[in-house]
Design a binder for this molecule. Structure first.
Ligand SMILES: *[C@@H]1O[C@H](CO)[C@@H](O)[C@H](O)[C@H]1NC(C)=O
Ligand SMILES: *[C@@H]1O[C@H](CO)[C@@H](O)[C@H](O)[C@H]1NC(C)=O
Length: 376
């Protein structure tokens, strides 16, 4: 514990060093502050945080440990002793023609696997699909992973697939922050993927090859509180817990479930996402290792840029699909278009009039499955 605290303080200094470095490197982040204002903001906020004594997140209540939440789901044990919880859907594993692993979005869990819940059992049966929805680390019943990275999640998914005997290749579908995570799977375990669907995957404004004029425009389309939330998650990750729990400034509108970030269509279908039977206590191990860690990883510094990925299927032995609504108020369509244009091997589906929750629109989840399997 002591060691962890120390490393968090050190990361404060390295966060500043990193800010300075990226500032001098190029003008790729023109919407950030100048060096002196940045230092000023850091000092000011650090003082506030100090005064508030809420800088450090409390230790998580780990599922399955004494005093922690109870285990209700099946789980696999991973290489470092962590557990990954999952739920199986569709045809029994041994009878399946295709295996899918579903990676949920922000603030949700294994029960939000829309490719299972929003598609009729008959269709799933006739396609011969077996689906595993996971709890990402720190969410619900999966052990927190303080060392989580885009790569570690890819390895977690691969280990799960192997322990469940899903065979040499399986499909992955990821939604929102879980869609962003699929880029990590395409980078680190492409040989294990029969195909991949990225459903409105979150875009990290700091991926190195995104043009500054596009990121700037998209960044400022966000509500001011969300600009600050991602700015803090990127530049001052150690401050994220405090930032999202203090009372002086508005925290992330996504964390607050603000209706302001829902599009017209999102408002119509949101009730399906919020179904009571799906509302597990996803943050039960603590907000830091679930939703805050998600922001820190998703908007952090990535060691690769998805826009520079190689085609994983040069001989068309699989396909990567990307789905995006043009009225999405969380993931900017302008950035997604740029990514799709620069990755000609990605099959890009842009849905006119759709927001962020389109998998809950009648027929869309089925279309996502059928496109992935090239079934008409
Ligand atoms: C961004 O800049 C590029 C050239 O650097 C230009 O071709 C493009 O039209 C610009 N886009 C916008 C939205 O300003
Ligand atoms: C752990 O559980 C206790 C008791 O319910 C609660 O007071 C505490 O805030 C929880 N810790 C976290 C990190 O959520």
């Amino acid at each position: 514990m002591k060691g962890e605290e120390k490393s968090k303080k050190i990361s404060a200094a390295s966060a500043r060093a990193h800010t300075r470095k990226s500032n001098s490197k190029s003008s790729s982040f023109p919407f950030s502050l100048g060096v002196y204002s940045k230092i000023g903001v850091v000092v000011f906020v650090a003082l506030l945080a100090w005064a508030d004594k809420g800088l450090r997140p409390p230790a998580p209540n780990v599922t399955g440990t004494p005093g922690g939440p109870t285990i209700t789901a099946p789980r696999v044990k991973l290489r470092d002793g962590r557990y990954l919880a999952y739920k199986e859907y569709g045809v029994p594993k041994d009878e399946a023609k295709h295996h899918f692993i579903f990676i949920h979005g922000f603030d949700s869990c294994r029960l939000h696997a829309f490719i299972a819940t929003e598609v009729s059992p008959d269709t799933i049966e006739s396609l011969g699909i077996h689906i595993v929805g996971i709890d990402r680390p720190g969410y619900c019943e999966s052990t927190p992973d303080p060392n989580r990275t885009p790569k570690s999640l890819a390895l977690d998914v691969e280990e799960l697939a192997d322990q469940l005997d899903l065979g040499p290749k399986f499909y992955v579908v990821g939604f929102s922050m879980g869609g962003e995570a699929v880029w990590g799977l395409l980078k680190y375990i492409p040989h294990r993927l029969a195909g991949a669907s990225l459903v409105t995957p979150v875009v990290n404004y700091w991926w190195s090859t995104l043009p500054a004029n596009l990121t700037k425009e998209a960044y400022y389309m966000q509500l001011p509180q969300d600009q600050w939330s991602v700015r803090v998650a990127h530049y001052l990750p150690w401050l994220t817990y405090w930032w999202q729990t203090q009372k002086w400034f508005s925290p992330s509108s996504v964390i607050q479930h603000s209706p302001e970030i829902l599009s017209r269509q999102d408002r119509e279908v949101m009730f399906k996402f919020m179904k009571p039977e799906n509302s597990l206590p996803v943050r039960q191990q603590g907000v830091y290792e679930s939703i805050h860690r998600d922001m820190i990883v998703g908007f952090g510094k990535w060691e690769f840029d998805p826009i520079q990925l190689e085609n994983p299927y040069p001989n068309n032995e699989g396909a990567v699909h990307l789905w995006q609504g043009d009225e999405d108020m969380l993931v900017p369509v302008t950035l997604q278009r740029y990514i799709a244009q620069n990755l000609p091997w990605v099959h890009y589906h842009e849905l006119p009039g759709s927001g962020h929750m389109f998998p809950y629109v009648e027929g869309i989840s089925e279309a996502i499955l059928k496109a992935q399997l090239s079934v008409v």
